[in-house]
Design a protein around this ligand. Structure first.
Ligand SMILES: NC(=O)c1ccc[n+]([C@@H]2O[C@H](COP(=O)([O-])OP(=O)(O)OC[C@H]3O[C@@H](n4cnc5c(N)ncnc54)[C@H](OP(=O)(O)O)[C@@H]3O)[C@@H](O)[C@H]2O)c1
Length: 371
């Protein structure tokens, strides 16, 4: 399945925004011209939808992708917007640039956009661990935005969906150790991986051979260790290393004890994770439920009677991270450890929604932003 933009022939150019409140903080202090780099991708499509449904104030929209997509159109607020080929001249007049086209593209073009005066929110891993680049989940560390120098990094999708429910627990009873095993969806690897899951499943059911093209192993009715390279020094793959390092940076705890096992599962959308945390003091499941019941960006789905717990199908299309299976970890007799299960839409909270929330915060007058 390819996430195709609407193929309309009409070309109305950048879309004028309806009369909405103008955010401050962008170049010129007006509603910014917004560019989406990678607009045709799995995350790009969701960026467009998030800007639309959150009524993000903008003076115009520039959709950028590869030469392959130039000439297509995508719909925004009921009007077709042309997709243009990304070039070094794409950022003239742009106040906000949302990047989701891979780290190579970000490394080259994000500094150009920032030099042109745009605030860049980057979904790739290009700048996440740079000391002078804030790595932000608004529910956790919105204050880190204060020091930005034009480029702001959106964290790894698994790190976001795991971090959102753990942070409020950490505020009450500091977490000393996190052990996480992820169950990651195809869409985390982009639109082409989603297509590969659908096509290989169809081929399997029809008894046809299917040679994987995007992912390294057969995906239909299978699962495999995350498709990022293993660091021979640590034995962790790239995704696991990101979850570990980025969680430490977002939480502001450089020596936080974190271990991760990241696995790709044959699910189209929304990442799940089994998480065990060890807190500084004893903590009961009911305390955790009470904390999470009022935590921003979290929805409790913990119905033991109906055996209804977080599922990626339920999480798909939802802004909140679903959390349940909250129980005492019986392997820790001290009573300080809790096990839980979560599912979060990594295209939304793990990518597009988080990026747009950041854009709202940097553009909004202090104290007026919504997370
Ligand atoms: N998928 C997720 O859940 C997720 C979550 C967090 C972060 N991210 C990050 O977000 C980024 C995009 O991921 P994705 O899943 O949306 O990937 P994707 O579906 O493969 O989309 C890639 C996008 O990049 C564009 N692109 C590729 N090469 C380009 C070039 N040379 N010049 C301009 N544009 C180019 C593509 O345009 P064409 O359509 O023209 O090829 C497409 O719009 C990656 O950095 C990824 O690590 C993804």
């Amino acid at each position: 399945m390819r996430l195709e933009p609407l193929n309309r022939s009409a070309n109305l150019g950048p879309v004028a925004s309806p009369a909405v409140a103008v955010p401050r903080g962008y170049a010129g202090h007006g509603a910014p011209l917004v560019a989406i780099v990678g607009a045709t991708g799995a995350v790009g499509v969701e960026l467009l939808r998030c800007l639309e449904r959150r009524r993000f104030p903008l003076s115009g929209l520039r959709l950028l992708a590869s030469a392959r997509s130039a000439g297509k159109t995508m719909e925004f607020r009921g009007a077709p917007v042309p997709v243009e080929e990304l070039t070094e001249d794409s950022f003239r007049g742009v106040g906000l640039a949302l990047f989701s086209a891979g780290s190579g593209i970000s490394k080259h073009y994000a500094p150009i956009a920032a030099r042109e005066g745009a605030i860049v929110v980057d979904n790739s891993s290009a700048f996440r661990m740079d000391a002078d680049v804030p790595l932000v989940v608004p529910e956790i560390n919105a204050d880190a935005l204060a020091g930005h120098r034009g480029i702001i990094a959106n964290p790894n999708c698994a790190a976001i969906v795991v971090g959102v429910p753990l942070w409020p627990i950490h505020q009450v009873n500091p977490i000393a150790r996190i052990i996480v095993a992820t169950y990651q969806a195809a869409s985390g690897a982009g639109a082409a991986a989603m297509a590969e899951l659908v096509d290989s499943t169809r081929a399997h059911l029809e008894g046809r051979a299917f040679a994987p093209k995007v992912l390294p192993h057969p995906y239909a009715f299978n699962l495999f260790s995350h498709n990022t390279p293993i660091d021979p020094r640590t034995g962790y793959n790239g995704e696991e290393s990101k979850v570990i390092a980025e969680t430490r940076k977002i939480f502001g705890v450089p020596d936080l004890r974190v271990s991760a096992t990241c696995v790709r599962v044959p699910v189209l959308r929304a990442h799940s994770a089994a998480v065990t945390i060890e807190c500084g003091r004893a903590i009961a499941p009911d305390e955790v439920r009470a904390i999470l019941a009022k935590a921003p960006g979290v929805k409790l789905v913990d119905d033991a009677a109906r055996n209804h717990f977080p599922m990626p199908l339920d999480a798909s299309g939802q802004d909140d991270v679903l959390v349940g299976r909250i129980r005492q970890d019986v392997s820790d007799p001290s009573g300080r450890s809790i096990a839980l299960f979560l599912a979060g839409d990594q295209l939304l909270k793990g990518a597009a929604l988080n990026a747009v929330q950041i854009a709202e915060l940097v553009g909004a007058p202090a104290g007026r932003a919504r997370a």
